[in-house]
Each structure stands twice: as C-alpha cells, then as structure tokens.
Ligand binder design. Sequence first.
Ligand code: APR
Ligand code: PHB
Length: 393
Amino acid sequence: MFHERTRVAIIGAGPSGLLLAWALRESGIDAIVVENRSLEYVLARIRAGVLEQGSVETLTRLGLGARLATEGLRHDGIYLQWGGERHRIDFAGLIDRTVTIYGQQEIVKDLVTAHSSVGSTIYYAAQNVAVHDVDSRAPLVTFEHEGESHRVSADFVVGADGFHGICRPAIPADELVVHERTYPYSWLGILADVAPSTDELIYALHEDGFAMHSMRSARVSRLYLQVGPTEKIEDWSDENIWQALQERLGVPGWSLAEGPITEKSITPMRSFVASRLDYGNLFLVGDAGHIVPPTGAKGLNSAITDVTLLAAGIIDHYSGDDTKLAGYGAAALANQWRVQQFSMWMTELLHRDRTDPRTADFDYRSQVGRLDYVSHSVHAQRSLAEQYTGTRF
Ligand code: APR
Ligand code: PHB
C-alpha cells in the first residue's frame, strides 16, 4: 500500500481536472490527479472547439496561451442560415467581443505538456478509483496503479471525472436532485482533411434538419449533421454524409469542398444539471456536474468557468478566507443555468423536431420566424453575441 498526502485530490484528467491542477499549482497549492484512462486515450479524445473570449483570457493568464495565440483562429462572428440564405452576426462590430477556434484536444495537449514540464503527479490508467469520507475533514481516494494499491489523503476531493464518473454518485441520492432534458435527435460529427469552405462557422436550419460547418485549422474541417436519436454511424457512408451536408449547407453561388473523412461519430444531445456541486469537502467541476447540448459549444467554456471559481475558492481557503469556497456551488450553478438556457435556445432554434406531426410544421415555421427576427433586430443580435462570446456578469 502506497500512502500519499496532498491538499487537493482531483479525479479525472480531462480539461477540467488538468486545468484545476495547473491553476492550483500556479498558486503553490499541491494536487494529485487520478485518471482511469491511458494518457494516449485522453490525448486522442475529440470534442468541441470554440473558446469564449474569457476562456482565452483565462488560459493565457495561466501561462497556457502560447500555442493558442499562434494556432487558434480568431473569429469575429458566425453565420446563421435558413431558407437558402446566409446571414452574418458580427460579434466584434456589435459588442467588441470574439471567439477563438482551438480544438479541446489541443488544450488537453498543452496542459499535459505543461504538467509534464514541472513534474506534476498525475496517475493515468488507474483502476478501481474510489472516494471515501468526502463529508468528513479527512477525505480519501483509493485506487490501483501499475499493480500497486494507493491511498491518497487530502483536504479536498474534486470530481472532474465527467458525466459517467464516480464523484457525483458519491453524494447521497437524497441530497441531490438531477435536472435533465433529452432531445429527439443526435449530432453526427466528422473531421475531414479539407480546407474549410467558410471563414467563420455556419449554423444552418434546413427542412431536413440542422447542419453546421466548423473547422480545426486552415486544412481541417469539422462538420455536423442532425440525425435521428437511434441512428448508427455504420449506417452513414461517407458519400451519404457529404450529400446531406451539401444539401443542408448549400446556398446559391457557394460550394462545400469535400475531402477524406478521418473521424466520424454520433453524439446524443442532453441537458443535465446536478442540483448541487459541493458536498462536504467534495466539489464537482465540468461535465461531472452538468452537460449541455453541443449547439453553441458551451461545455468546455463552462467547465473553465467552474475551474476558475473553484480555484479562487481553494486559493483563498489557504489564505484563511472561506467565503468564495462556500459560495462556489451557488456561483457555478448561477452561471450554469445562464449557459443552459442559451444552449437549449440555440438547439431548439436550429434543429427540426418531427416527433409530433401535428406541431412539426408549425414549429419549423416559427423557428424560421425567430431566425428572421434575429437577423433584423440589433438587440437580438447583441443578445446572441453576448451569450455566444460568453460575456461575464
Ligand atoms: N476515475 C478516474 N477518472 C475518471 C473516472 C474514474 N472513475 N471516470 C471518468 N474519469 C475521467 C475520464 O476518463 C476523463 O478523462 O475523467 C475525465 C473527465 O473528462 P471529460 O469527460 O472531458 O470532462 P471535463 O474535464 O469536465 O471536460 C468538460 O469536455 O466532455 C467535454 O463537453 C465537455 O467540453 C466539455 C469538457
Ligand atoms: C466544433 O467545432 O466542434 C463546434 C463548434 C461550434 C459548436 C459546436 C461544436 O456550436
């Protein structure tokens, strides 16, 4: 049995766990990260790629902005498309804010590099990870690593272990309410080795369903299609994917360049919020506490907000002030519900729901009406711009 002591034991080496460990380290607070997947797996996971301006500022402030500054693509707006017409929403012109396109796996890579340069303690491929006594003053984490049993005692345990992790279930069921909503569609996402056919992201509502054109670099495109909730990726040939994308994203005088598809998968859409993000000395950050549907790309950004709030609370705690730590759950949930309503609004604005044939046509026409309103009203555009770029209040 290998015994260790740390101030903060973090479960999960996704963006939330790695960023929290880094932010604490920058303030001289030691942490141990325990991850059940291999480093190779963690580095290869492909997720969204839009950073709010505040997220870019946070990463830069923490010394993680070097590659982001050179390889990130700054976008001053987005396109909304419906009825064969494309309309630009000019964030920079409207509110002087922007977003940056930089894949989540690039942030994870930057964090892994930063941690390994300073020799942080991160256990990958840990088995049987368990948390104990989180409601006491002496919480404990146990796991096996390379055949050895480990026991880590800590002041705090942080659940950064995503939606399927073990930390949220460590809160007694009668202490936690789950607020949840699913959607009757999924996203089929592809990465393709082809230069993007657009300078900024295109979000399109089409009679056949939603489609989006995003990107990862000057040579790699990321595209999404709304598909049915039970569809299987095996049933979508590359040819059929491109055909549907051409159909839904097409506008007169513009063409979508096709290229080899290097990755394709289907992701379900879910909205989920745990009613509390703290329990005793356990704190939840990122997907462990909440999930948004991907429209608007808020998952990573709100995880960064959680980490920023929790890191400030833990740092203050070690200077003798517990005000921020005691307020972490309420502050993170208030931000989260603002993010939830925006993600749901974007999702329901742009997807076709044909579940009920009696309302499907009416809903589609009112979605077009809403898009038409946004494209005409500077107030609606400012509201969209504020929420998309992540203006903090
Ligand atoms: N023990 C240790 N680690 C675990 C366990 C466990 N029992 N269960 C899960 N993990 C790990 C996962 O393998 C993963 O590496 O926790 C990590 C959680 O990472 P993410 O799921 O990426 O969640 P988070 O870091 O909060 O990132 C939020 O990522 O999922 C996207 O859309 C989300 O963009 C958002 C961001
Ligand atoms: C992405 O590039 O993966 C992406 C972009 C915008 C979104 C969601 C995902 O709203």
